[in-house]
Design a protein around this ligand. Sequence first.
Ligand code: PLP
Length: 402
Amino acid sequence: AKLPGSYLFAEIARRVNEYSAKHPGANVIRLGIGDVTRPLAPAVVEAFEKAVREMGRAETFHGYGPDYGYDFLVNAIIENDYKPLGVDVDFDEVFVSDGAKCDVSNVQELFSDDAVIAVTDPVYPVYVDSNAMAGRAGEYVNDRWNRLCYLPCNAGNGFVPPLPDRPVDVIYLCYPNNPTGTTLTHAQLKTFVDYARANGCIIVYDAAYKAFITSGAPKSIYEVEGAKDVAIECCSYSKTAGFTGTRCGFMVIPHGVKGLGANGEAVSLNQMWKRRMGSKFNGVSYPVQRAAAAVYTPDGAAQCRDTIRYYLRNAAVIRDGLTAAGFEVYGGVDAPYIWMRTPGGMDSWAFFDKLLSEANVVGTPGAGFGPCGEGYFRLTAFNTLEKTQEALARIREKMAGM
Ligand code: PLP
């Protein structure tokens, strides 16, 4: 009942509709899209179709699957997502799910009601909302929850969150980051792992955008020594392979990650999650898991990489175009998100209106991701190359040197 309405995207739609109604000829280009637009890879579709046909024959039919994922997918995850990074993950440390949003919002069920939660600001709102719904966030006052510990990220600190300034139990980190599109280096991530180890915290690491990493940034928090004792990692096929409408992801909870029970005893979060999954989740459908496994085949991997390259090319068009127009730009190298500073400290909603009316381009006001997002603006690389190029040409023509 204390949660504010989810007004960001509704308000964007309202403003765009109002503008379009007043200017029926305007060709509005949406660079606010947070959903993928390219279709599933052919190798994925082939595996998906084959698996659906298997479901239609008695000899190959599948009923309830394993709660934690089919062997073929869990093994493919271990072999392809972790082995090449030099990270050993055990079979029963992987939990296949219907996506990262559910995992990052459900994982808080493992934590006590009075656990203190730290989030970066700006932030993907799900971490905050799920803890607020669980009654763990306190009161919502002046755009902030008073029991959450916010870690401000801005151009001043290079979007590298500071360590919490008071004791916390859980830290949510997301890299490559939504909305800033920035990453942490191995050393910066190690600072958090070391902190969590020294202070008895759990890190929930959201790696939904890891497929976009082209620089040397860590693809998994487990690349950092000691992380397997403190970190839970959430991954998704949504942005990696266009599964936003197909739904599949996974969470890794290493055996070493322990919480404290009511009497101060160590409790395995892996065991607790297993218990929870057995009661609350019936697994991801067989065809979807077959489709996800096809992402790791040579053809599937190459096709998915092509799509990521396509989005990253759009990201480069946005970065370069904004830079040429004189804007201060961040992200977009290892992520489909470009985070720009609004010119002259302009309010992010005022910049939204200006971009819409002058260039007919839609983005997302930074204020929608938290108080520290004010003064920033997010553009995304998920539109077509042609529309992205046109949008940036317009921005350069109409808004350069603001
Ligand atoms: N995590 C972050 C940071 C996201 O931005 C998103 C989607 O936009 C998700 C998770 C959701 O992923 P999924 O589609 O797997 O639920």
